[in-house]
Design a protein around this ligand. Structure first.
Ligand code: SAM
Length: 276
């Protein structure tokens, strides 16, 4: 059911959602409240990615952040956000910045909390950018994404390790699926359900060079996920198959293991042995 307030805003601005920008607006006030209450926002620097017409923005503002930076790609949405700001609908004691930009080009100016209801097709690029490419990595991230991707990266519903789950775990102390959001809570309703995932990033990040070679090793190990990990690594020129098998056995891992059965601490041991 679409909340009255959202119906009014969609009508006021004659909003026509653009499919190519993944515009599915969250219109359930209970869920918007859950998202904004879930995390401590007061006095923090908050970045909201893809604010659209500002449904979640209002909630974030009422929780009194020190600053709120909105990064939105669609100039039509930016104009709406600016109009709403001029009508005092976004008033609060902190600073509001409205930035028209592709989030994949955006660099945070402070250590921040990042909140995003983003188009599904840029979930992974956004995560990789904010974990491994920007100078000021957000301390926490709360991201609404496709439910299946949330299950995959948090290894629920039978999913094991994958390149994506390990690559994200590498940069985070906490990575948890918090709650699911049914497709019917969006306008227009997407084909699949969503889930909110919480990330707390590591305060000490690994150096970018080391992270790059670590991700390269994992990506090689998963190049053919159904094959044995030793075959994938040997094919990638990482070492001779027999030596790799001996190393796995030494680490208490089966010689015929597949990459998905090996957890992050063991990947670090493998990396330290092979890539020093
Ligand atoms: N947060 C709003 C809500 O919950 O109603 C809108 C969410 S909608 C799923 C995604 C938003 O991200 C849209 O407003 C869209 O224009 C914006 N967007 C799409 N691609 C983007 C990009 N590369 N950078 C920044 N914003 C983007």
């Amino acid at each position: 059911m679409i909340g009255h307030h959202h119906a009014e805003l969609l009508k006021r601005y004659a909003i026509e959602p653009k499919k190519s920008l993944g515009q599915n607006f969250l219109v359930n006030d209970v869920i918007l409240g859950n998202i904004s209450e879930f995390i401590d926002i007061e006095s923090r620097h908050v970045i909201e990615v893809g604010p659209g017409y500002g449904a979640l923005t209002e909630r974030l503002i009422s929780a009194n952040p020190a600053s709120l930076t909105l990064v939105e790609y669609d100039p039509r949405m930016v104009a709406i956000l600016q109009d709403r700001e001029s009508k005092h609908e976004f008033d609060f004691a902190g600073t509001l910045n409205i930035i028209e930009q592709d989030v994949l080009q955006f660099d945070p100016k402070e250590s921040s909390l990042l909140i995003a209801n983003i188009p599904y097709y840029i979930t992974s690029p956004i995560l990789f950018r904010f974990l491994y490419e920007v100078a000021l990595v957000p301390t926490e991230m709360l991201i609404l994404m496709q439910k299946e991707v949330a299950d995959k990266i948090t290894k629920q519903k039978g999913y094991q390790n994958s390149y994506l789950s390990l690559a994200l775990e590498h940069g985070c102390d906490i990575l948890e699926k918090r709650f699911e959001v049914a497709a019917s809570n969006f306008v227009p309703a997407p084909k699949v359900d969503s889930a909110v995932v919480y990330f707390r990033t590591k305060s000490e990040q690994t150096s970018p060079e080391k992270t790059k070679s670590f991700l390269k090793l994992i990506s090689q190990a998963f190049s053919q996920p159904r094959k044995k990990v030793v075959s994938n690594l040997a094919n990638g020129g990482v070492g001779a198959k027999e030596d790799l098998e001996a190393m796995l056995l030494e680490f208490g891992i089966r010689a015929d293991a597949r990459a998905e059965t090996i957890n992050l601490p063991d990947w670090y041991r493998i990396f330290d042995r092979l890539c020093r």
